[in-house]
Design a protein around this ligand. Structure first.
Ligand SMILES: Cc1cc2nc3c(=O)[nH]c(=O)nc-3n(C[C@H](O)[C@H](O)[C@H](O)COP(=O)(O)OP(=O)(O)OC[C@H]3O[C@@H](n4cnc5c(N)ncnc54)[C@H](O)[C@@H]3O)c2cc1C
Length: 353
């Protein structure tokens, strides 16, 4: 018998969709994405430490709560708590992996089934649709929620990899307010609208000192109005014709950048406490083989206002894979919820029980 709904992806969008679908008695089947090296089981937040902006998780004794809520057999996946204590107890904002294990737990507590596999193709040529896993047999399903997220693009430098979460970030809104960046000069790499947005966001923080924009060419890709915003900002300095050659650090945190001129290859050092890479994201849509309409950046297109419908009826999209603008855990969770409600209503309309 065909599944009512298959959810592809195990980030905030996937688990929120699962929680709502399970509570609506749709018994969702979630493919976590665990096989190919580019998969991130539990989504992008698995790559980060403390998450300070997810509502409902202020600093506190998160440690005991998380361990009391998550099934014992997954405690191995919970990170060591940061060394912050108050009155002898751990006192910190929830960590990315903890938050994701809690979301997974909440879905499992209702009737969610989980498959540790990737989807490598989908067949939308006849109904019920089919999803094709990397390892298992094809599964028939009436509805699909695509919640496969996106990956931030990085420069690809070994030193950049070494300092991820230690001063290298790809999200100013997520990380800019973290203590490690307070009152330090920071760098933003990139020249598009989002690079300017990241730079302005950082420069407007109360804790901002100065923001250096590192721009490869002698002009920006950003719109004129955004360029003006960067150029007129008293705390933003633009370094034209410049690329990052190496991220410098003391082993614990970023301390500077080695910059290279694209004109004459000369190098120099710039003291910064953080580098924010803003050179775009790549949505995880290759397994769709262009069977859903995407926008010019490759993100799945939502075809109705305030709904998660895609170009194919019965297929819905949630989270970063369809959102090139907000890209936050809370917005992904929000559209995950919407997708599950959209599926429920669509199945009811079609008389599928
Ligand atoms: C380092 C870092 C720090 C961040 N910090 C914050 C923060 O503090 N606050 C905040 O709100 N946001 C933060 N974000 C952004 C946030 O993580 C994302 O907006 C959010 O995770 C997107 O959720 P999602 O469910 O749409 O996708 P993702 O979290 O990207 O999850 C996608 C899931 O789909 C799976 N998948 C992909 N392809 C397939 C396939 N073919 N088959 C099966 N599964 C597949 C992946 O394995 C993954 O599990 C941060 C991001 C990063 C990278």
């Amino acid at each position: 018998m065909a599944e009512k709904v298959v959810i592809i992806g195990s980030g905030p969008a996937g688990w929120s969709a699962a929680i709502y679908a399970a509570r609506a008695s749709l018994s969702p089947l979630v493919f976590e994405g665990t096989v190919k090296p580019e998969m991130i089981p539990l989504g992008q937040l698995a790559y980060t430490t403390e998450v300070e902006n997810y509502p409902g998780f202020p600093f506190g004794n998160i440690h005991d709560f998380v361990r009391s809520a998550v099934d014992q057999d997954r405690h191995w996946n919970l990170p060591e708590p940061p060394d912050h204590k108050k009155d002898g107890q751990f006192h910190y904002a929830v960590q990315g992996l903890e938050l994701m294990e809690l979301m997974k737990q909440q879905a499992l507590n209702f009737d969610t089934r989980v498959v540790e596999d990737d989807i490598v193709d989908i067949d939308l040529s006849s109904k019920p649709y089919k999803v094709i896993p990397a390892q298992g047999e094809p599964i028939e399903t009436h509805a699909i929620i695509v919640a496969t997220g996106a990956r931030a693009n990085y420069l690809g430098l070994p030193s950049e990899e070494e300092y991820k979460n230690k001063g290298v970030s790809a999200c100013a809104v997520c990380d800019g307010a973290l203590f490690i960046f307070h009152n330090k000069p920071l760098a933003v790499v990139g020249a598009g609208d989002s690079a300017v947005e990241e730079a302005a966001y950082l420069a407007n923080l109360k804790t901002a000192e100065k923001v250096h924009m590192i721009v490869r060419r002698d002009e920006m890709r950003a719109s004129k109005i955004m360029q003006k915003r960067a150029m007129d900002h008293p705390k933003i300095e633009i370094h034209w014709n410049t690329v990052v050659d190496e991220v410098l650090g003391d082993g614990n945190l970023v301390t500077g950048l080695k910059l290279k001129s694209t004109k004459d290859d000369s190098t120099r050092e710039l003291a910064v406490g953080g580098m924010f890479v803003a050179i775009g994201h790549t949505p995880n849509t290759s397994f769709l083989h262009e069977k859903l309409t995407t926008n010019d950046k490759g993100y799945i297109k939502w075809t109705k206002a305030f709904r998660t419908d895609t170009s194919v009826e019965g297929v819905f999209a949630a989270g970063d894979v369809a959102d090139d603008y907000y890209r936050q855990a809370i917005t992904s969770a929000g559209t995950g919820c919407m997708a599950a409600l959209d599926v429920e209503r669509w199945l009811a309309e079609k008389g599928i029980e």
